[in-house]
Design a protein around this ligand. Sequence first.
Ligand SMILES: *[C@@H]1O[C@H](CO)[C@@H](O)[C@H](O)[C@H]1NC(C)=O
Ligand SMILES: *[C@@H]1O[C@H](CO)[C@@H](O)[C@H](O)[C@H]1NC(C)=O
Ligand SMILES: *[C@@H]1O[C@H](CO)[C@@H](O)[C@H](O)[C@H]1NC(C)=O
Ligand SMILES: *[C@@H]1O[C@H](CO)[C@@H](O)[C@H](O)[C@H]1NC(C)=O
Ligand SMILES: *[C@@H]1O[C@H](CO)[C@@H](O)[C@H](O)[C@H]1NC(C)=O
Ligand SMILES: *[C@@H]1O[C@H](CO)[C@@H](O)[C@H](O)[C@H]1NC(C)=O
Ligand SMILES: *[C@@H]1O[C@H](CO)[C@@H](O)[C@H](O)[C@H]1NC(C)=O
Ligand SMILES: *[C@@H]1O[C@H](CO)[C@@H](O)[C@H](O)[C@H]1NC(C)=O
Length: 416
Amino acid sequence: MAGCRASWIATVAAVAIMLLLGAANAVPTRYPSLRCSTNAPPRNILKANSETLRVGNRPWGIAYLNDDYAFAVVNFSLAVIDTTNFKPKLRVLIPLPPLFAPGTDMGNDDPMSDGYGYRELTFSHDKYNLYIATGYGAVIIDTVRAIQARTNAVVGTLSSNGYAGRSAIELSVTPDDKYIFISQEFGSDNTEGRGAIEVFNVTRLDDGTVISSYRGYVPLAYATVGQKFSSDYTKLFVVSEIDNTTASVNDTAGVLSVLDVAKLRRTPKQALIAEIATGCRPSRCDMADGKHLWVTERDANQVSVFDAEKLMGNRTNATDVLVATVNTGTSPIGIAVAGGYILTADSNRFNYTNATTGVTVVNTATALLGEVDFPQIPTGEFPRSLAVSPSGNTLLVSEFGAGNIRAVDISFLKKL
Ligand SMILES: *[C@@H]1O[C@H](CO)[C@@H](O)[C@H](O)[C@H]1NC(C)=O
Ligand SMILES: *[C@@H]1O[C@H](CO)[C@@H](O)[C@H](O)[C@H]1NC(C)=O
Ligand SMILES: *[C@@H]1O[C@H](CO)[C@@H](O)[C@H](O)[C@H]1NC(C)=O
Ligand SMILES: *[C@@H]1O[C@H](CO)[C@@H](O)[C@H](O)[C@H]1NC(C)=O
Ligand SMILES: *[C@@H]1O[C@H](CO)[C@@H](O)[C@H](O)[C@H]1NC(C)=O
Ligand SMILES: *[C@@H]1O[C@H](CO)[C@@H](O)[C@H](O)[C@H]1NC(C)=O
Ligand SMILES: *[C@@H]1O[C@H](CO)[C@@H](O)[C@H](O)[C@H]1NC(C)=O
Ligand SMILES: *[C@@H]1O[C@H](CO)[C@@H](O)[C@H](O)[C@H]1NC(C)=O
């Protein structure tokens, strides 16, 4: 096992390439190594208590406001969830306002498709606003009004009318709450079909309304999805599922892009610092211990671990940025940090036979020392996004396929 891993790392290290980019249209040099696969071998089961809340169709993005409330999107509605007790309770389901209905302003013209609806979400740092990625950009929620189930909970939208895409999927808010970076998964004709990060600056008015200005976009590789700030917020790491340097989607790596946040705010097109070829269909990323970027490689059933400091440097030789890889269950997408653990949502989204769904629980310290296999907490069908409570005691899992929000007691991780 160790030998197998060592040779695998050597292969990837030998081919991982960082390009210094003067222009945003350069692409990473193709690397020949493929490690895509279908279903992962069975995991050891990690037993944990759990309770589910049935919410219906397609729950996706999920986040805790505090230990008492969480928000989740359910197709085109926002669920406010009472998490005071371990078993989550639905407080209110706020439906889609007519403005955002299919075929209208937000570009959601294919509502039955998996690609549309409300997707990932994130809070402003002061927690007064919740930004929900959808269609052309985002819907902005006033969290206080949402908890009070008021009908005026939607306080704004971010939209460039599809200029750089109509498939917004994930977003980040700068620490000063002034800029929003949105992943446009499939881009538009203006991006030549490449994915992009779109940039808006926002101001909250006294009446709670949030207004915005469009600042532009930076085109990246294809199918641009996950994003995460470096721990000092000066860089934004973004993963795109595919490079385009070869004709076949089966013969091409994903791309990890490093963006300069100061430039992203002012001149987005000049923000790209570096691109690194990575894995197979990288989907989401998160930072653990402030030093490493953990990337779910969806179609490789693995997580790649990168040295964040080295990613941030302007380096011409990046053979040593990949520091570890670990195995997960089948088709991992969502990722979250719980203390010294990284959790992945092993989605089995392609319904491979003989595959399990669940949450792999990775000990970050032992993973960095070379451990590759970790146990999995079983879940329902298609776990997609994860949220860890501020107390660290509970994990919420959105089960996109099963139509449930599952609460998992992870307090035992603190004692391991
Ligand atoms: C999602 O919501 C849209 C808009 O209301 C609706 O047309 C569609 O049927 C819903 N999809 C599912 C799977 O519930
Ligand atoms: C966005 O930033 C520009 C330039 O700093 C400023 O003029 C504009 O008022 C800002 N827009 C919003 C909505 O904050
Ligand atoms: C990849 O993208 C570059 C830059 O946009 C473009 O010039 C090239 O034609 C694309 N290649 C393929 C195979 O799509
Ligand atoms: C890619 O691989 C999948 C699974 O093996 C296969 O079904 C598909 O036809 C391949 N696509 C191409 C373009 O080779
Ligand atoms: C990176 O370093 C090269 C060579 O020193 C320089 O030309 C380039 O401008 C630098 N790029 C960034 C983004 O700092
Ligand atoms: C990159 O670094 C590796 C390992 O330190 C070294 O073997 C290789 O020659 C370097 N490549 C370049 C282009 O400098
Ligand atoms: C997987 O199975 C579910 C439930 O039967 C179905 O809704 C979904 O479309 C399937 N997904 C794929 C990729 O086949
Ligand atoms: C399912 O997986 C198990 C464990 O890897 C294996 O022994 C078994 O042959 C597989 N069954 C099928 C139908 O692929």
